[in-house]
Design a protein around this ligand. Sequence first.
Ligand SMILES: [Fe+2]
Ligand SMILES: [Fe+2]
Length: 228
Amino acid sequence: MTNVPLVDTDIHHAPRDWRDRIALGFTKTLRWSADTFFAKRYGHRAIVLETVAAVPGMVGATVNHLRCLRRMCDDNGWIRTLMEEAENERMHLMTFIEVAQPTMFERLVIMAVQWVFYLGFFALYMMSPRTAHRIVGYFEEEAVISYTLYLREIDEGRSPNVPAPEIARHYWKLGSDATLRDVVLLVRADEAHHRDVNHGMANELAGIAVAANPAPYPAHAENLRKVA
Ligand SMILES: [Fe+2]
Ligand SMILES: [Fe+2]
C-alpha cells in the first residue's frame, strides 16, 4: 500500500490586495486557456503544464542566489527549497512523458511558451517577488484541482490505471505493484506542498503571519542519477 500524505484540496488564499487579485486573475485566465486547449486529456495537460511549472522555482532560486551574493546575506533556506521545487516538477514531467506522448504541436507550444514564460517570470520576480510567489501559489491551487479531476477520470474508468512508470517508482520509492493512481496521488501531494510553501513565501514578503505548517511533502529519492 502506497504511503500518501493527507492533502487538504480546498485550501485557497483569499486575495488581500490588488497584487493578489492580479495574480489570481492571471492564473484563472491560464486555467481557462488550459481547459479550452486540453479539455479532459489529463496526461497531455500534465506534460505541457509541468514544463511550465518547473520554471518558477529555478528563476526564484537564481534571483535569490544573486541577491544574497550582492547583499552578502543569508537566504533562510529559500534557494534550496526553490531548486528542489524545480527538480520535483521536472520529475513530474519525466513521469508523465512515460504515460502520454506529446503531439508535435504541443512540443512547439512548449518551446514557444518556455521563452515567453521564463523571461516574463524573471522580470516579474525582479520587480515583485511577492506577486511572483503568489502566482505560483495560485498555479499550485489549480494543479491540485487538476490532479483531483485526473483521479476521478481514473476512478471512473475513463483513463486506464496503468502500472506506475519505473522512473516514478524510483523517485517516490514505490513498490512494484504501484499504479498511475498512486502516482497521481503523490504528484497532487507535491503540488499541495508547493502551494503552501509559495503562499507562505508571498505572505512573508508581504509581512503577513505565515501559516504554521505546509502540507506534508511525500518522500523522494535523493539520487536521481539512476533515472536521469
Ligand atoms: Fe507538478
Ligand atoms: Fe507544483
